[in-house]
Each structure stands twice: as C-alpha cells, then as structure tokens.
Design a protein. Structure first.
Length: 117
C-alpha cells in the first residue's frame, strides 16, 4: 500500500499564506499515483468530522469546498510524487489537521495547522 506523508503545518496568523505538502512513497506503486488516481485534501477540526477540502482528478480538473473556494489551490508535481495545497487568506476557521488521500493509499498522520492571532 502506498504511504502518504503530509507536512508544512504549524502556527500561523490570519491572512498569511502557507503551502502544505503530501509525499507518496512505497516503491513502484507510488510512482505516478497522483497523476493516475488524483489526490484529495481533507481536514478535521477539533470536535468535527473530517471534511473534503480540495481535490484534483486524474484529468487535472479541480474541485473545492465552498469554504475555501477562491483561497486555496491544489497542485501536483508528478516528477516528485508530491501534491500541494496552497492556502491563502487563512482564517481561524482553517485550524485543523490536514490529510491527503489518493485511492489505494493509507491515511497519513496529517499535519496540524493552527491559525491564531
């Protein structure tokens, strides 16, 4: 099974920009996984269910939750088996643990983002 590792979270102030990364590993099975199957970003705020934030399909088309539309972008670097979630104009409501997921992969540990002034 392909392993995913998220990184890039931390403590940030409202309005700042930040990019989260998702790296796939697992040998040959991880090669091109984001191109073949797409990648989704989820987040889970304290006391809340995990929700879909953004996704990029194998075709390259993207989809975003209404709460982040216009503020977040999603991309993938197929040569590095890495995907990104670019976050702009963050608010305290973006505080959550962020996870990435691609079909056939195992959930990673997530990366925590705390947005606070």
């Amino acid at each position: 099974q392909v392993q995913l590792a998220e990184s890039g979270g931390g403590l940030a102030q409202p309005g700042e920009s930040l990019t989260l990364s998702c790296a796939a590993s697992g040998g040959r099975r991880s090669e091109g996984i984001f191109r073949l199957y797409g990648i989704s970003w989820y987040r889970q705020a304290p006391g809340s269910a995990r929700e879909l934030v953004a996704r990029i399909l194998s075709s390259g088309s993207t989809d975003f939750a209404d709460s982040v539309k216009g503020r977040f972008t999603i991309s993938r670097d197929q040569t590095k088996n890495t995907a990104y979630l670019q976050m702009h104009n963050r608010t305290t409501e973006d505080t959550a643990v962020y996870f990435c997921m691609s079909p056939g992969s195992a959930w990673g540990q997530g990366t925590q983002l705390i947005v606070s002034s």
